[in-house]
Every structure is written in structure tokens, then in C-alpha cells.
Design a protein around this ligand. Structure first.
Ligand code: COA
Length: 371
């Protein structure tokens, strides 16, 4: 056993895993995904490409890409999983309903308990497709409607959006949504990915690791921020309203959702910059939503001057989802569905080179008490 290292609250700055999947290079302001710049992947590739890249190591050739899309879009959801979701109160948080569904999926996978990386890699696209289909139908089920299947004629991203909003969608809308999915697909070692790796390190299974990750992502300091941002923008209504709201919250020492980041903190999250462009293109293409562009810019400028803080991805993803007409309770579940590929890739990596996570504590309680 090695000597304990000094305590770092929140494990800030601690290297807790070795990975070939991704790296946040804050010096170069680049997010490296298996050697590629994430922003380039968002600009020029589809979500299926990123699934192939993360799970299999290389960008897929056209034939493999088609097969991955087929595996994702043809994935069946066991009837029992939808039945379980119907039994849950609609008042239950969407992330809690999703957590239950992800856990239940294990019951219908004959290889659920296999921790063989090859088995996990093979099952990956199907599990990603199942999670996307469940998220797309989460709201419909809660309001008593029938779930809809994905149609293998369309990509996963297009199916996901079509089923979410149940109307015809334009190519510009599908592209904006797909770009958000790629932006969310993988991001090194945030709390949820760490949670998944910690669970996987006990040689527990993929579904257990994913279930833990849903629970982690729900929190407003993590994935829950995107829905909180939208509620803030709706409460503010106008740029002037947002300025007043942010000033009031700051005066009360409250956190402004969608700002700050453990790794970037005093720099702009590169993904936020790109999603800002996506928001602008979406608004230009539809001619609607100019007020959100204006409001978000004002919030961004105000937080930079008042607190030296920059927006993160959630800040700009929220208005994009709102303009697409997606129910707000699904913003964080969509983040999870998009991130499922990164999570599965991390679980595969953990199982391939496993070492049990078991850190130590700095004890500050009493000693020597007598019974
Ligand atoms: C993401 C987050 C949890 C990172 O926090 P962290 O690494 O633990 O940073 P700290 O809490 O130490 O914050 C450092 C300072 O910035 C301030 N700060 C950080 N984020 C802030 C925010 N969103 N609004 C207001 N102040 C913020 C803190 O109050 C603290 O100020 P202080 O030194 O005067 O006390 C934090 O920025 C946050 O709560 N953001 C809002 C939620 C969010 O958008 N989450 C999604 C992240 S992708």
C-alpha cells in the first residue's frame, strides 16, 4: 500500500483514471476525443460516427456506421420496462423514472452480468438505442400516451427528435439536435462518469454503472443544470428581467445555473461556444426565438463582468431544446441518453484494466471513547 496523498476536497485536480477516450486540454482550449477535436466532430460528423469512435476506437467506415445506426434504431424495449414506467407516479422526477427504467433493462439482457469488455462493446449500440427510445417516450408515457418505436429508416438522432416532439421536423432542427447529442457524448471524468467507473471497478455490471450515473447526473450541480437554466430564462422573460434576476440571485449568494465549471471555471466551455452557434443557426432557420439569443448573450456578458464566470454547455443547450419544443423535464434525460455512449466506453475501459476504487479518508472524528 502506498502512502496516502493530501486531501483534495471534491477530488479537485486529482488524477483518478487513465483513459484513451477523452481529455480536456484547458491550455489549448480543446476537448480531445480519441485524438479528434470534439468541436470538429460536432461540426462535421453524426452521432452514429461518435458512437463508433468511442466504442470501437476509430471513426466507422460507411458500412459499419449503417450497422451501428441499425443496431441503435432497431433496439426493442421490453414491454415490462414500459409497464414499470406506467406504474410510477407522473410526479416522480423524469431522471428518477429513467433511473428505474435503466436498471430494469438489465432483467431482459441475457448477458447483463457479463463484465467482458467484448460483450459490453457488442451490446453498446443496442443499449444506447434503448435508452434514447425510453427517454423519447418518457413524457408520453407519463401523460398516458402510447410509446412510439424508432423507425430504422432514420438515424438515431432523427428518430429521437421525431418521437420526442411528435411532429414533422426540419433538417435544420434534426442537425441542431444531433449536434447537441455529440456535444454531450463524452467529457472525460465528470461526477457521473466517475460514479459509473467506481461501480464498474467492483466488477459490477454495465446496468449498475449506468444506473449510478443517472442518479449522479440528476443533480443541479451536474446535468440538472440544463433544465434549471430554462426555468430561469422563462422566469426572466426578457433581457432586462434576466439582468434583474441574476443581480438578485448574486446578491443573495445564489448560484446561477449554466455558469462555471470545475475544469474550465474561468474560461469558456468550448462546447458552450459551439452550442451558441447552433442556437443562432436554429433561430435564423426558423425565424423564431431571437429573444433567447439576446437574453443569453446578456446573461453571459453580465456574469463575465460581475463574477468572471463563463457559460457551460447547459446554458446554451437549454434554449436550443426549448425552441425545438422538447418538454423541459426531458432536458437532463436527453443529456444522459447522449452521454450513454461515453459512459459505456468508460465502463468497457474500466473492466479491461480494472483496479478497484478504494480511497482513504482524513479522519476528523473523536478517538478513544469508552463504552
Ligand atoms: C459547476 C460547479 C458546481 C463547479 O463548482 P466548483 O468547482 O465546486 O467551484 P466552487 O464552488 O469552488 O466555485 C468557485 C467560486 O465561483 C463561484 N461560482 C461558481 N459557479 C457559480 C455560479 N454558477 N454562480 C455563481 N457563483 C459561482 C462560487 O461561489 C465560488 O466563489 P467564492 O470563491 O467567492 O466562494 C459550479 O460552477 C456551479 O455550481 N455551477 C452552476 C451549476 C451548473 O451550471 N452546473 C453544470 C456544470 S457543467
Amino acid at each position: 500500500m502506498t502512502e496516502p496523498k493530501p486531501y483534495s476536497p471534491g477530488l479537485e485536480g486529482v488524477i483518478a483514471a487513465e483513459t484513451s477516450l477523452s481529455f480536456l486540454d484547458t491550455e489549448k482550449e480543446e476537448i480531445v476525443i480519441r485524438g479528434y477535436d470534439l468541436l470538429e466532430l460536432i461540426r462535421s460528423k453524426g452521432y452514429g460516427d461518435v458512437v463508433g469512435l468511442l466504442l470501437e476506437g476509430e471513426l466507422p467506415m460507411p458500412e459499419r456506421l449503417q450497422a451501428i445506426e441499425r443496431e441503435m434504431t432497431q433496439a426493442e424495449i421490453p414491454t415490462a420496462v414500459y409497464d414499470i414506467l406506467r406504474l410510477l407516479p407522473a410526479s416522480m422526477h423524469a431522471m428518477d423514472r429513467l433511473r428505474t427504467a435503466v436498471s430494469a433493462l438489465a432483467g431482459f439482457d441475457p448477458e447483463a452480468n457479463s463484465t467482458d469488455p467484448n460483450s459490453e462493446r457488442r451490446r453498446g449500440p443496442k443499449v444506447i438505442g434503448q435508452i434514447a427510445q425510453i427517454v423519447a417516450n418518457l413524457h408520453h408515457i407519463a401523460v398516458g400516451e402510447k410509446p412510439e418505436k424508432f423507425d430504422p429508416r432514420y438515424t438515431l438522432a432523427e428518430n429521437f427528435l421525431r418521437v420526442l416532439v411528435r411532429r414533422s421536423v426540419s433538417p435544420a432542427e434534426v442537425r441542431a439536435f444531433e449536434q447537441s447529442l455529440i456535444a454531450y457524448s463524452e467529457h472525460e471524468l465528470p461526477n457521473s462518469t466517475f460514479a459509473a467507473r467506481v461501480v464498474a471497478s467492483t466488477l459490477s455490471d454495465l446496468y449498475g454503472a449506468l444506473t449510478a450515473a443517472v442518479a449522479s447526473l440528476k443533480g443541479p450541480l451536474h446535468g440538472g443544470a440544463n433544465e434549471a437554466v430554462m426555468y430561469m430564462l422563462l422566469e426572466a422573460q426578457t433581457p432586462a428581467g434576466l439582468e434583474a434576476l441574476i443581480r438578485r440571485k448574486l446578491a443573495q449568494k445564489e448560484r446561477i445555473m449554466g455558469f462555471g465549471h470545475r475544469v474550465y471555471m474561468r474560461k469558456m466551455d468550448p462546447r458552450a461556444q459551439l452550442l451558441k452557434e447552433v442556437l443562432r443557426s436554429l433561430v435564423e432557420a426558423s425565424g423564431k426565438g431571437h429573444e433567447y439569443v439576446e437574453m443569453c448573450q446578456l446573461g453571459e456578458d453580465l456574469m463575465r463582468t460581475e463574477k468572471g464566470l463563463y457559460p457551460n454547455l447547459d446554458y446554451y443547450a437549454a434554449p436550443v431544446y426549448y425552441l425545438l419544443g422538447i418538454p423541459i423535464e426531458l432536458y437532463t434525460p436527453i443529456f444522459f441518453a447522449a452521454r450513454s455512449v461515453g459512459l459505456i466506453a468508460h465502463v468497457i475501459e474500466q473492466h479491461a484494466e480494472n483496479r478497484l476504487y478504494r480511497p482513504r479518508v482524513s479522519y476528523k472524528g473523536p478517538r478513544g471513547k469508552k463504552i
